[in-house]
Design a protein around this ligand. Structure first.
Ligand code: NAD
Ligand code: ZN
Length: 370
């Protein structure tokens, strides 16, 4: 199958190529050689989980030998492992192997491996080239595109990082068949997000094909992943550094991040928190009269159809309000709320007050009904 080809062009004149095709892993070596013809070597960074499932396919696609030098650098993934310490292990391996400036780091995994290995590539020798081979829905539609790399600090998520655009993002939807149902669904909430913020046809396709998407059907996933990549590539091309437009990607994230924080990142997958955040933001938008009841109902119906979310009813409103104020997205003390205006269109509101946030929270069962 001929891959879909997209590009991210940034002010720095850097071009990232995004290739999307089922079975792409089989020809990943050629795809990398195309964009990095002078690569001195490839260093694969992955996690034990991902490598056990997909390592053979990647190894074949890259024509890697069994030599030690070609062995992947395997580090633990999952949010708790997204630390300077784990990234240090990647640096250690790069130094120990004498990896030079012309090498290309190939990150094979979900968003955690992509962000962490990407930051290692950005910092090692002041930057070596990076290829993303994303293996989760979140990574294929979001984290691998746009150049944000980084790790968490003890006191906050993604506080340490850099912009480092990949030379190539190689998206093969067939790798998603091994994801757990929960992980797949969590990623699909962000796909719904793309529909709401930027594409009514994508939202309609989600409604029509959600059961097949939840079953992990590559045929159903391919068109929606391609559209999400196109939206993200377009947004990042127009606003690499999140000075404006890129903020629309944060729909559902103000309250979503707060929910993740107050539950210590344990109860909810990120996408699940965003699903709650979207419902709350949608209720706020209705209350402000800027988004219709029927669009709100369509969004809630789709999210509810996707399955039950972990229960959050007992959470404290005050804790959540405090957490929204600590969000990284707060600029000069003003909370930026991404609010939909109609399916496929959003605005950024800087005047959402506490009463409105409380109203949004009550819509997801937190605090007294309003
Ligand atoms: N850089 C960005 O712009 C950006 C955007 C969105 C999210 N992120 C980051 O992405 C991270 C979340 O990414 P994620 O949801 O992919 O989490 P993750 O990387 O932790 O992966 C989730 C789980 O799925 C497993 N896994 C990965 N691929 C698999 C596969 N094909 N089959 C079976 N299991 C597989 C992993 O081992 C892990 O246990 C967060 O840290 C978030 O901050 C970054
Ligand atoms: Zn997100």
């Amino acid at each position: 199958m001929t891959p879909h080809i997209l590009e991210v062009r940034t002010r720095s004149a850097h071009v990232s190529r995004i290739l999307i095709a089922p079975g792409l892993l089989a020809s990943i070596g050629a795809a990398i050689a195309d964009v990095c013809p002078d690569a001195s070597r490839l260093v694969v960074v992955s996690s034990p989980t991902v490598w056990r499932l997909h390592g053979d396919a990647v190894r074949r696609g890259l024509s890697l030998d069994d030599r030690d030098d070609d062995a992947p650098v395997l580090v633990t993934d999952g949010e708790k492992a997204k630390t300077m310490a784990t990234m240090g292990k990647v640096h250690d391996a790069l130094v120990a192997r004498g990896v030079d400036r012309k090498a290309v780091l190939v990150a094979v995994g979900g968003g955690v491996i992509g962000d962490l290995a990407g930051f290692a590539a950005a910092s090692y020798l002041r930057g070596i080239r990076l290829v993303h081979v994303p293996t989760t829905v979140v990574a294929q539609t979001d984290s691998a595109i746009g150049g944000k790399v980084g790790v968490n600090h003890r006191l906050g998520k993604n506080l340490l990082g850099a912009f480092h655009q990949p030379a190539l993002v190689a998206v093969d939807p067939t790798v998603l068949t091994t994801l757990s149902r929960r992980e797949l669904r969590a990623g699909l909430y962000e796909v719904v997000k793309y529909g709401v913020i930027a594409s009514a046809p994508l939202f309609a396709r989600c409604v029509e094909t959600m059961d097949a998407l939840l079953d992990g059907s590559p045929a159903a996933l391919l068109p929606v992943i391609t559209e999400c990549c196109a939206i993200k590539a377009d947004v990042v091309t127009r606003d690499e550094r999140e000075d404006g437009l890129r903020r629309i990607l944060n729909f559902g994230h103000t309250i979503g991040h707060a929910l993740e924080a107050v539950t210590n990142y344990r109860l909810l997958r990120h996408g699940e928190a965003v699903a709650y955040g979207m419902k709350a933001a949608s209720a706020i938008a209705v209350a402000r009269g800027a988004w219709s009841e029927s669009d709100h109902a369509a969004l809630v119906r789709l999210l509810d159809h996707m399955g039950p979310l972990p229960a959050i009813a007992g959470l404290d409103v005050g804790d959540i309000l405090a957490a929204t104020r600590r969000d990284k997205k707060v600029v000069a003390g003003t909370l930026h709320f991404v609010l939909p205006t109609r399916i496929g269109e959003t605005t950024i509101a800087t005047d959402v007050d506490e009463a409105q946030v409380r109203h949004g929270l009550s819509a997801i069962g937190i605090g007294p009904p309003r």
